[in-house]
Structure formats: C-alpha cells, structure tokens
Design a binder for this molecule. Sequence first.
Ligand code: C2E
Ligand code: MG
Ligand code: MG
Ligand code: MG
Length: 282
Amino acid sequence: QVKERGRDAIEFFNTEMADKVSQQLLMEGDLHRALEVGQFELYYQPKIDCTTLKTIGAEALLRWPHPEKGFISPVDFIPVLEASGLIVAVGEWVLEEACKSLVAWSEAGLWQPGMRLSINISPRQFRRKTFVQDVKAILDQYNLPEESLDMEITEGVVIQNIDETISTMGNLAESGVSFSLDDFGTGYSSISYLKSLPVSTLKIDRSFVRDIVDDQNDRVLVETIVTMGSLLGMDVVAEGVEEEPQLELLKNYGCHYYQGYLSSPAIPFDKFEEWLKLDGDK
Ligand code: C2E
Ligand code: MG
Ligand code: MG
Ligand code: MG
C-alpha cells in the first residue's frame, strides 16, 4: 500500500514538473516571437530626490503585453529569458531602446546633465565577452555620454566570477557608466563586495521598506544601510515607497532618493516625457 502511494506521489510530481517544463517551453516560444515582432515595451519609473522631490533620473523596466494573456510580470518571464539565453538579445534591445529615449528627451531639453537612466543587467548579459565593447559601441552610435547611463546589477551578477566582474565594472565605470547594487540586503554577502567594486549606489530592497512604519527591525536595517552607504560615499535609493510616512522616515535617516508608487509606477515613454515636462516646471 505504501508502495502504491509512493508511486502515485512520484507520478503526481512528474506530471507537475512536466507541466511546468512545457509551460516554460510555450513561454519561450512566445518570447522568441515577441522579440521578432516587437512586442516588448520599455517603461520608466522616476527616481526622486527625497528632499527636493525633483526627478533625478529613472529606471527602465521591461514590459511584455502578451497578445492573449495581457501584461505578464517580468518576475515570471525574465527567468525564462535568462534560462534560454534570449536575455542577451532582449537586453540589447532594452539598451538600444533606452538610448533612443535618452536622445529624444535630451533633444527636447528634458534630460538635464547629471540625470541618469538605469537599466537592469542580467547575469548572462553581463558575463558576455563582448559586453563592455557592445555597450560602448551603442552609446557611441547614439552619441550619448557614458555619464547618462546607470546599470543595476544584483548579487547574482557579482558572485559568479569576482575577478571578471571587477574588470568589467572597472572598465565601464572608468568611462563614466555608474553601477547600482539592486535588491540590496536580500543576498548573502553584499557587504564584502562593496570594498572592491565600483558601485556608486545602493538600492534598498522593497521588502525592507514595505513595513518600515510598523516594524522596528526594518527601521533599524534601513537606517543602517543608509548610514553605511553614505559613509562609503555612495548614494542610497529606497525601492517601493508607497506612502508618505515611509518617505518621512527615509528622509530622517538621510536616504537620498526613492522610487515607488507614492510618486509614480513605471510609465510608458510618452507619459514619462510629460512627467519630465511637469518636473521642469516645479
Ligand atoms: P527591480 O529591478 O528590483 O525593479 C523594481 C520592481 O519594483 C519593478 O517591478 C517595479 O515596477 C516595482 N515597483 C516599483 N515601485 C513599487 C512600489 O511602490 N510598490 C510595488 N509593489 N512595486 C514597485 P517589475 O517592473 O515588475 O520588475 C521586476 C523585476 O524584473 C525587476 O526588479 C528586475 O529584476 C527585472 N527586470 C525588469 N526589467 C528588466 C530588464 O529590462 N532587464 C532585466 N535583466 N531585468 C528586468
Ligand atoms: Mg532594478
Ligand atoms: Mg530593485
Ligand atoms: Mg527589488
């Protein structure tokens, strides 16, 4: 009897796994097509100065309006892109799209010197042998200064091959591209890397910010990250700020910048252009 049930459990498990695999394969096919026919969109979430409330830049976030299923979350499709290697081509598309937007906003006088557009870089993209040269070539093609670009990387990028990471980041940082450590605090050993990597910004993960008003422990963690970042000469950005009281606390701790629904979610090109116009009138 036990044997029977054991077999059932294994069959159930296998069916579930097979379902998952076939779903991923289906999605992979859809993603291939999405890239081919140009379904992807790039949205922009403003980065706000906690004190002046002015926009200091933005984060570009990938959006996929699936023809039948509507918007699918990047949390669900980025891992499929990463696993299949498609992320390299999609990442290139993101970079080029970001450059086009930067050119448009610069020409319209809406993108001030000192503002940076952040793009998220996946591990697979970052580890490509030609990554540095590809990035420089595209900035060159669009005649954009390296200083207009910021790259958000996670620990997943950093831990894989530290020597290579140092040299890739060093090369880009020397030419003016800046780096932000994304989802800071959620990994295992971020702190030891801060000494050796040219990181200019720490992004406090949303999970620490969410309950900051009610949770004393989260308050301590956030204040500590802000203090540490500041003492290391870095900028600190808080992710996922949704309410005024969260911003008040962050400001008290000396946090420099924030992103979150309190000001705006990620919005399409046109809407963000409007945003920049209104910001200029502030
Ligand atoms: P991330 O880089 O940490 O981006 C922050 C996420 O928090 C975004 O989710 C953003 O829409 C969301 N967010 C911002 N403010 C708030 C808020 O106030 N409340 C809540 N609840 N959420 C907020 P999104 O756009 O779904 O992206 C999820 C993740 O997917 C990103 O996390 C990033 O890791 C990845 N991703 C997105 N676009 C790209 C891309 O172009 N390339 C790569 N490699 N990864 C990307
Ligand atoms: Mg990010
Ligand atoms: Mg983040
Ligand atoms: Mg995050």
